[in-house]
Write a protein that binds this ligand. Structure first.
Ligand SMILES: [Zn+2]
Length: 121
């Protein structure tokens, strides 16, 4: 079965167990890569039952990459984060857990960086 990279607007085929193609994966900060890998469970791509924390990590990863590629702006990133937080809340992930993961995966830094750039430009 073909499976595409989960980065925004990317259709690069990748093995189903991988979240993103090499080029997009490399845009993720190493701590974010480790968090995605940490929450990956072998076989989740077959039984379609990734853990809620994996889904959250994947959503944050996609947002970080899209921001880095400038495919989305700060407002869209915040909208995506809000949506991911709502999905997480339905799975009993606390707002504190979401906040911690957002910080650990570098999304917060990315948003602050964008803000600074917007002011310079
Ligand atoms: Zn890709």
């Amino acid at each position: 079965m073909t499976h595409a990279c989960h980065a925004l607007y990317c259709s690069e085929p990748v093995p189903p167990r991988l979240l993103m193609c090499r080029a997009h994966w490399d845009l993720l900060p190493p701590p974010a890569q480790r968090i995605v890998e940490h929450h990956y469970r072998q076989g989740q791509e077959t039984d379609k039952r990734p853990s809620p924390l994996y889904v959250l990590a994947a959503n944050i990863a996609r947002t970080v990459v899209a921001l880095r590629e400038r495919k989305i702006g700060e407002r869209q990133a915040l909208d995506r984060l809000r949506l991911a937080s709502m999905v997480a809340a339905q799975q009993r992930i606390t707002p504190e857990q979401v906040k911690e993961m957002v910080g650990a995966m570098g999304l917060e830094d990315e948003l602050l960086h964008k803000h600074g750039e917007a002011r310079r430009g």
